[in-house]
Design a protein. Structure first.
Length: 385
């Protein structure tokens, strides 16, 4: 048996209310516990069917990540049961993360999750400004965000991440500074910061098309970005990926697996997975997903049937360049049987000269300036076939 790290991502496609900026596969459900019980049963059945073959090949799963949607919309007993089933089928991981939203958890819920094996919590706070929380459609207040954090600590979580957003409608740099200060006051181990992207099909996209979305100017959003990139490292948070900062030793192991091209099993409606160079997506309609699993049918659709070696190289480069470590040239050679310079010498030379890439200790990585212009650099790694 070859020992290789792998992860499991389980998708919970439910929310109390869908946010105005969200294009994830999720739906508001109210209190439809019967459907959630059916979904949890289907998810456990898929885990028991799909995880053991990977465990037989690669050993115990290294990481578990329960995402959504809002996983903590599920009753805590159901969510704990899913975690226990994953551990039964895939082994005891080094890290088990659950996404949670303030307003959907209390200390009792979190104690159940901790007892089931969850040891890392990712709190979707987004802002500590009640006005901005209303603007973006969040269900919680800043006080509830603080209460959720304290409840997680009381439940035994010693690894907590806080999500924040910038570039929100009507948001100012002063607003952002207030939210970051509030987050730092809680002393989390990890902070993720995401710039707002107005996605097609969302309420924000409709508002923008109608001229009713008061977004910050490009200069104002850039000022927010630049301030974040200075402030968080100054406060002891190392930037280990474009949008993620952690205290030493608290980097998200699961997400690092994505960026390092590690296999992962995606389970649940709309979940994506990757193994043996093949990516797939599960059926996204919740009811069709449940029916398919009940019938013991495959719910997967391959995403890249026409995938070529060049596509694989491009994807490898894009993912690795998101990290501060960048592309490991020896791993690239082992994976593709070719040196980086055989494929990307001109690109590396050009963007190194421009100060957007750096090369050191057998790695090629984005500089701070390169991370700011990441999409431009990523595009340069596309290969003509």
């Amino acid at each position: 048996m070859t020992s290789k790290a792998w992860g499991i991502y389980a998708h919970i496609p439910y929310c109390v209310k869908k946010c105005a900026y969200c294009d994830f596969i999720s739906a508001a459900v109210g209190t439809n516990e019967a459907e959630m019980e059916d979904y949890a049963a289907a998810l456990r059945a898929e885990i028991l069917r799909e995880a053991p073959p990977l465990r037989a090949r690669f050993g115990d799963a290294a990481t578990i990540y329960i995402g959504g949607g809002t996983p903590t919309v599920l009753p805590a007993a159901l969510l704990a049961g899913i975690i226990e089933t994953i551990r039964e089928a895939a082994g005891t991981p080094a890290e088990c993360t659950v996404e949670a939203n303030p307003g959907t958890v209390d200390e009792d819920d979190l104690t159940q999750l901790r007892a089931a094996g969850a040891d890392r919590l990712s709190l979707g706070v987004q802002s500590f400004d009640d006005r901005l929380l209303r603007v973006i459609g969040r269900i919680h207040t800043a006080a509830e965000a603080r209460a959720a954090f304290h409840a997680a600590r009381a439940a035994g979580f010693r690894n907590i991440s806080i999500d924040l957003m910038y570039g929100l409608p009507t948001q100012t740099l002063a607003d952002l500074k207030h939210s970051v200060a509030a987050a730092l006051a809680l002393a989390p181990e990890h902070i993720s910061v995401y710039g707002l992207i107005v996605e097609e099909g969302t309420p924000f996209a409709a508002a923008e098309a109608a001229g009713r979305l008061a977004l910050p100017t490009e200069d104002a959003a850039e000022e927010m970005y630049d301030w974040l990139m200075r402030e968080l490292p100054a406060q002891g948070f190392v930037r280990y990926e474009i949008s993620n900062f952690a205290r030493a030793g608290f980097e998200s192991r699961h997400n690092l697996g994505y960026w390092r091209n590690v296999p992962y099993l995606g389970v649940g409606a709309g979940a994506h997975g990757y193994a043996d160079g093949v990516r797939w997506a599960n059926e996204s309609d919740t009811h069709a997903y449940i029916s398919g699993i009940r019938a013991d049918m495959s719910v997967r659709t391959p995403e890249d049937a026409e995938r070529t070696r060049a596509n694989a190289m491009e994807e490898y480069a894009f993912l690795a360049l998101r990290t501060a470590e960048g592309i490991d040239e020896e791993d690239f050679r082992r994976t593709f049987g070719a040196a980086m310079d055989e494929v990307y010498a001109d690109v590396i030379a050009k963007y190194t000269a421009q100060g957007l890439l750096r090369r050191s200790e057998n790695h090629v990585a984005l500089t701070e300036a390169g991370m700011k212009l990441g999409n431009e650099v990523f595009a340069a790694f596309l290969l003509e076939e």
